[in-house]
Design a binder for this molecule. Structure first.
Ligand code: SF4
Length: 331
């Protein structure tokens, strides 16, 4: 999701371009004011990826977003004035333009009626809210919906989506909302998405961090690659080091990772601290090093191609990685 003022078209398009370059496939922009709504047509037209308008408070912005040509509109029924009374009109407008609507239920803004009934934002409460809103759209014969039931607790979130997947066939957008700063948020997101995606539940994801949005895309991309839901690119297999290590594995792994950042080919590089497990892992990878006695044995496709002094390990790995990547790109 962008963090710029949506009304600032240039800044928003610039950020969308950065997110796209980082691997984002679909982007959401906030639309809390008329100025933002006025900016949507230009953003939807010029963005290189589909733009979802995020609507809170005012139903009139839903219509503006549909007219603007947004790829979809996200509504949070819990905080849109008299939303239930306007569903018929929204369904009609969305139907005419074949615009999907995402019903985005959030623990923090749950319908007060359901909050009172369930006592708090339980998985059941989140699901009941989402399915109630979906049923209002269904009454108007509108089914082009996607649903999210986000919670900041991955355990509750996972249960909510499991219940939802049992009870409906709508596409689901996954989110661990307000997951926190990068370290905590990354782990919570990986746990929540991993549990659901490995069961085949979930169609789109949003990582939500207290960090710049490009960081969210990097985390999301890694999660999808780790689940083999996106082709893997650079993968560093590095050992945790132990009392047998004969080289500073942490620094080595960091330097190799930094030197190969942005590599676009699926290259597996093993950085191993000794000759116990080192040769085995290094042999399995496209490229690897097994270190020991101040030297590094460099493996390419399972074979030792050379042995270099420790201070040349990083540059040799980077050199070889670039050469292999070039071969891969050509062939
Ligand atoms: Fe320890 Fe060697 Fe395994 Fe690294 S590869 S964790 S140094 S045994």
């Amino acid at each position: 999701m962008t963090t710029t003022l949506t009304s600032d078209v240039n800044a928003t398009l610039q950020q969308i371009a950065e997110l796209t370059a980082a691997g984002c496939d679909i982007v959401r922009v906030a639309c809390p004011s008329q100025d933002d709504a006025d900016a949507l047509p230009a953003i939807a037209r010029k963005s290189g990826i589909p733009v979802i308008a995020d609507i809170h408070f005012q139903p009139k912005y839903v219509f503006a977003a549909i007219e603007a040509g947004c790829a979809a509109v996200r509504v949070n029924p819990g905080n849109i004035k008299k939303f239930d009374d306007r569903v018929g009109e929204i369904a009609q407008a969305a139907k005419e333009t074949a615009t999907p609507i995402r019903i985005g239920v959030n623990a923090g803004s749950l319908d007060p009626r359901l909050l009172a009934k369930h006592g708090k934002a339980t998985p059941e409460a989140l699901v009941e809210s989402a399915l109630w809103e979906a049923s209002l759209f269904a009454e108007h014969d509108f089914h082009n919906l996607k649903i999210s039931v986000k919670h900041n607790d991955p355990v509750i979130m996972v249960r909510a989506y499991e219940l939802l997947a049992d009870q409906c066939d709508y596409p689901l957008h996954l989110g661990v909302t307000e997951a926190g700063p990068t370290f905590q948020g990354t782990i919570k997101s990986a746990v929540g998405f991993g549990a659901l995606l490995s069961q085949g539940i979930g169609d789109t994801i949003r990582v939500s961090l207290s960090a710049p949005p490009v960081e969210e895309i990097k985390v999301a991309t890694q999660i999808l690659q780790s689940l083999n839901l996106r082709p893997r690119k650079l993968e560093i297999v590095s050992c945790p080091s132990c009392g047998r290590a004969q080289v500073d594995v942490y620094t080595l792994a960091e330097q190799v990772t930094a030197g190969l950042e942005g590599m676009e080919v699926p290259l597996r590089v093993a950085v191993m601290g000794c000759v116990v497990n080192g040769p085995g892992e290094a042999r399995e990878a496209d490229l690897g090093v097994a270190s020991g006695n101040g030297k590094g044995q460099i493996f390419v496709k399972g074979k030792v191609i050379k042995t270099v002094p420790e201070h040349q390990i990083v540059e040799t790995l980077i050199e070889e990685a670039l050469r292999i990547a070039e071969d891969m790109e050509e062939g």
